[in-house]
Design a protein around this ligand. Structure first.
Ligand SMILES: [Zn+2]
Ligand SMILES: [Zn+2]
Ligand SMILES: [Zn+2]
Length: 348
């Protein structure tokens, strides 16, 4: 850039830069004070248009005007971004049960049941009797001959009366309402799941399932029955294992959080530096245009230099630049914060 400057600058410019005295128009001999001033201003113009300035150190060396697409995608917005990827992978491999120890406990409680969360009605023979697939259980649910307990479970969701889903026959027996097959299937789900919950409860696992009266919006879920775990001496070993798991999980989550935050900060910093570089390049171009146009219009070195000073004042408070610099500081701060957090956690 500075090379070109010498081409369009007035003939005196190069001489002034070298400290050779020149006479201003209308002067017969060079004036010492004028020359000192011109020398300072010419040096300033030269430096302001110098693309090799040390100030460049904070910018990227990217030569393209476009930021690589991957560098901008530093978002934490994906729907399951808050769930560590190793947990997501775990979940897929264990029938949707995130914790391996919990999955193992379910397997121990119901070794013959492939998936406790699958709808029990899907294994019901056409209009037949549902039987627990746990081999030595033998529990059956007959939709056409409900027990009092089963009626109570359904009643807790559907209430009693005409819309309760239960029809009481003349012989006193209770059955599901055949007129509404959709509801029959829901009731079978509810009763089957409630039976599985009974199995799991003995192993300190709470099992819950979606409301049979509404469209299923979630799958059944399970978790440790913490209260039972704490009060039964027999479960002390399991409890201790779970506590150890919890600690390990905490460490893993922390590691994962650090990784996410540092990656985000690094990518963000790269992106913002890229934009700063581009901003800077445009600003330099505008400076050069200003100087060239003024020199070509016959303006003096001093006038041009003062205009450049004003231009650079405006650059300093430019909102785009200020915003980018703030963003850069934010990402730097994030980097510092998570690096020190990582150090602290690694010593725990
Ligand atoms: Zn059973
Ligand atoms: Zn117990
Ligand atoms: Zn960011």
């Amino acid at each position: 850039m500075s090379g070109r400057l010498l081409q369009y600058a007035p003939a005196d410019f190069a001489r002034v830069l070298q400290g050779i005295p020149v006479a201003l128009p209308g002067q017969d001999v060079p004036d010492e004070v004028d020359n000192a001033r011109m020398f300072a201003i010419a040096s300033f113009i030269y430096a302001a248009l110098d693309s090799r300035s040390v100030e460049w150190s904070d910018y990227t060396s990217a030569s393209s005007a476009y930021l690589a697409a991957t560098a901008t995608s530093h978002s934490l917005e994906s729907p399951d971004a808050h769930i560590p990827s190793y947990i997501r992978a775990d979940e897929r491999s264990q029938n949707g049960i995130a914790h391996s120890r919990l999955a193992a406990a379910v397997k121990a409680a119901l070794p013959s049941v492939a998936d406790v969360r699958a709808r029990p009605s899907s294994t019901l023979p056409e209009m037949g009797v549902w039987s627990c697939s746990e081999s030595d259980c033998g529990h059956v649910i007959d939709p056409w001959d409900l027990t009092v307990a089963e009626c109570e479970i359904i009643g807790s969701y559907m209430g009693v009366g005409a819309d309760s889903g239960i029809v009481v026959r003349a012989d006193g027996g209770a059955e599901l309402n055949r007129q509404n097959p959709w509801q029959v299937m829901r009731c079978i789900d509810c009763l089957g799941w409630s039976h599985f919950a009974w199995h799991l409860n003995a192993h300190c696992i709470v099992f819950w399932w979606p409301d049979p009266t509404r469209a299923y919006k979630s799958e059944p879920g399970l978790w440790w029955n913490e209260e039972r775990l704490c009060t039964h001496q027999a479960h002390r070993q399991l409890r201790e294992q779970l506590e150890a798991d919890e600690l390990a999980d905490q460490q893993n989550i922390r590691k994962w959080k650090c990784k996410m935050a540092l990656t985000h900060a690094k990518k963000g910093l790269h992106a913002v530096r890229f934009h700063l570089t581009k901003w800077r390049r445009d600003a330099m171009l505008a400076r050069e245009t200003l100087v060239r146009e003024m020199f070509q219009a016959g303006r003096s070195i001093v006038d041009t230099g003062l205009a450049l000073v004003h231009r650079m004042d405006v650059e300093r408070t430019n909102t785009d630049r200020v915003r980018l610099q703030e963003e850069r500081e934010r990402h730097k701060e994030m980097m510092r914060e998570w690096t020190s957090r990582r150090e602290r956690w690694s010593q725990m």
